[in-house]
Design a protein around this ligand. Structure first.
Ligand SMILES: *[C@@H]1O[C@H](CO)[C@@H](O)[C@H](O)[C@H]1NC(C)=O
Ligand SMILES: *[C@@H]1O[C@H](CO)[C@@H](O)[C@H](O)[C@H]1NC(C)=O
Ligand SMILES: *[C@@H]1O[C@H](CO)[C@@H](O)[C@H](O)[C@H]1NC(C)=O
Ligand SMILES: *[C@@H]1O[C@H](CO)[C@@H](O)[C@H](O)[C@H]1NC(C)=O
Ligand SMILES: [Zn+2]
Ligand SMILES: [Zn+2]
Length: 598
């Protein structure tokens, strides 16, 4: 889930949720900042100004609510250009910029002081590297990408294409549904070695239930035993319990769609990430006697979210992670995948004749991947490789399942990458028979449509939801039934337990897992083929109560998640999210809104 942070952005966000703020209203702050950056002195007046704008934890909740884009872009370029200027023209030191960033973050009450400090310390060198090594670096490269939701000027950045072979995706046989096998999808475990039952669940930091966050102010604010709806991640015994439960059914393959590391994002290290990653992969290896296909989440890297290029200096390199993954993944998959994993964290294997799996590192397109401002062109050559790999699969009549972590179509996935990715999906629509993602911690799906025939659904992607409740949801996983000859998805079952209930027994009793629903029954369709998922959307616009079910499933019936229900505007948002696969392209959303209102 997006737990984002950037010192180049903190000020911008302050105004973001307040529609009344215009560029003129920013004058006191702008003046204060200008003086502060020039003199490094803080006056009482400036502090007062900062405090008047303070907006706690805004970044953590994401930017959906953000508007008044002109103001946001204006502030972003203002602050970023201050910093670039300081560095390039005045040679201001790392320590000074770090202090300034930490000061502003803390005074604006964006996060606690230690979180501000940790995040700045972890990320500053990427910005400084870019400023120092990118000739003519401008704020466009930061604001245009990171703030794509606001359409800030991008200059000439973030516009490129890759070579996709011409032609159409050949028709392929449809599933007979007679023989099938089972794939388990697990996602977003976020294993927290420091999880503290009875710790403080109302902690004011990006993750709660930590040993160093003081005592809960009341019994209601104490963290539950199994984990906690309020920013709790997964203790190891929840991981063990979940894996134990997944093995109560016969499974043939496991897909792990990323995110292993807990949300203690301000304090990650190569060492602690390596420990958690190795522990989980080794446990997978010991637990499952079938192949496990893992991909990276945005939290596996250190610092989280960032994916540097091969040639950056060693201090910033992610080589340690690629090497670690190459070893573990080859072991879990039962085949050497190191060549492409070392290049960029992606791979392909064919587990049985006619069937191919492609693991993608879509985290590179996360707008919080600061390396995009240094170079955004097809990071790691991955999309070109994806297109080439799908072409080979098509030539060999193979069916392909694609695993990605960060979904496309959201404000935080780089538009140009999404667009090229969607073009690839469309070109190879009939070759791709399964598409799985994670990251949002929500049980949800999305539908891709044919750009030259907009009512034709050509792809569906299913989110694995999460084991961590982070936040408001019940832990869960999915079993998919897959056609044995076409490798199309026939159905899935979602399993979960009531965390409120489980925590009421604490360690005295194992959670009571139950099947929340299966797709075919819940939505009254025949399979998970794109054309069938498309039918679900037509049902939803006719019978809005189906969106109530979708909403409850999203949180796996998690009590606090479903407490307020889903009103009309919430339902419309759900529907639009399902049909938006490139951020900002709204034709499908509009088409379904018309149907909804009829
Ligand atoms: C940087 O900008 C200067 C002045 O506009 C221009 O002469 C130079 O070619 C640019 N350098 C690069 C590498 O784009
Ligand atoms: C793929 O299928 C087509 C049509 O059924 C067939 O002509 C071709 O030989 C097959 N190619 C391979 C590599 O199996
Ligand atoms: C998309 O629509 C075009 C035009 O109708 C058609 O030629 C193409 O085959 C369609 N793509 C798929 C994957 O069906
Ligand atoms: C979960 O369990 C609690 C405690 O028994 C109960 O109050 C609540 O209604 C249950 N939630 C759902 C969605 O069934
Ligand atoms: Zn996650
Ligand atoms: Zn994630």
């Amino acid at each position: 889930m997006a737990s984002t942070f950037s010192f180049l952005f903190f000020v911008t966000m302050i105004f973001a949720t307040n529609c009344k703020v215009t560029i003129e209203d920013l004058e006191p702050l702008e003046t204060g900042l200008r003086e502060y950056f020039q003199t490094s002195q803080t006056t009482d007046e400036f502090l007062e100004t900062l405090h008047s704008y303070e907006f706690p934890f805004l970044l953590r909740d994401g930017m959906e609510q953000v508007y008044d884009s002109a103001t946001v872009c204006y502030m972003c370029s203002l602050v970023v250009d201050f910093v670039i200027n300081q560095r390039k023209n005045a040679g201001v030191s790392r320590e000074t910029i770090l202090d300034e960033a930490t000061f502003l973050c803390t005074e604006l009450k964006m996060e606690s002081e230690r979180v501000c400090k940790g995040e700045m310390e972890l990320n500053i060198d990427i910005f400084l590297y870019t400023i120092d090594n990118y000739p003519n670096f401008t704020s466009n490269r930061v604001c245009g990408g990171f703030l794509q939701a606001h359409n800030c000027d991008t200059g000439d950045a973030f516009e490129w294409t890759i070579n996709i072979p011409s032609g159409n995706s050949p028709d392929r046989p449809k599933p007979s549904g007679t023989d099938s096998f089972t794939i388990l999808q697990l996602s977003d475990i976020h294993y927290d070695p420091k999880y503290t039952p009875n710790g403080n669940a109302v902690c004011g930091e990006p993750i709660c239930c930590q040993p160093d966050q003081g005592d809960p102010s009341s019994p209601e604010n104490a963290c539950g035993y199994w984990t906690d709806y309020r920013l709790g991640d997964s203790p190891w015994y929840l991981v063990e319990e979940t894996i134990r439960q997944t093995k109560t059914q016969q499974i043939d393959y496991v897909y792990y769609t990323g995110d292993i590391i807990a949300h203690r994002i301000w304090e990650t290290s190569i060492e602690s990430n390596t420990d958690a990653i190795s522990k989980l992969y080794s446990f997978f290896k010991d637990s499952y006697n079938v192949p496990v296909y893992p991909i990276f989440g945005n939290h596996e890297s250190h610092p989280h979210n960032v994916w540097p290029y091969d040639n950056v200096d060693d201090k910033l390199s992610m080589k340690w992670l690629f090497e670690l993954a190459a070893k573990h993944w080859s072991d879990l998959i039962g085949e050497d995948v190191s060549e492409t994993v070392l290049k960029g964290g992606y791979y392909t294997v064919s587990p049985r004749p006619g069937f191919r799996i492609i693991g993608i590192n879509s985290n590179v397109a996360y707008t919080d991947n600061w390396w995009l401002m240094y170079d955004d062109f097809d990071p790691y050559g991955q999309l070109q490789w994806l297109s080439d790999t799908l072409k080979k699969a098509e030539d060999n009549n193979e069916s392909v399942h694609i695993l990605t972590h960060v979904p496309t179509g959201t404000y935080y996935s780089l538009k140009v990458w999404n667009r090229e990715y969607s073009k690839i999906l469309e070109r190879f629509a009939n070759t791709i028979t399964g598409h799985f993602n994670g990251h949002t911690h929500r049980d949800e799906f999305a539908v891709y449509y044919n750009s030259s025939n907009p009512t034709q659904a050509i792809g569906a992607v299913f989110n694995g939801a999460s084991v961590t409740p982070y936040y408001l949801a019940n832990p869960s996983f999915k079993y998919y039934q897959v056609d044995e000859t076409t490798f199309d998805l026939l159905n899935y079952e979602e399993w979960t337990f009531n965390l409120t209930l489980a925590n009421s027994y604490g360690s005295l009793k194992l959670p009571e897992w139950y099947k929340l629903y299966n797709f075919v029954e819940a939505y009254g369709v025949n399979s998970l083929l794109p054309s069938e998922v498309d039918k679900v959307l037509y049902k939803m616009v006719q019978d809005h109560s189906i969106l109530d079910d979708y909403f409850k499933f999203k949180y796996r019936n998690g009590d606090p998640g479903i407490k307020n229900g889903c009103d009309d505007s919430c339902k419309k948002t759900l529907l639009c999210n399902i049909v938006t696969t490139v951020y900002g392209e709204n034709e499908q959303c509009e088409r379904f809104m018309d149907l909804y209102d009829q």
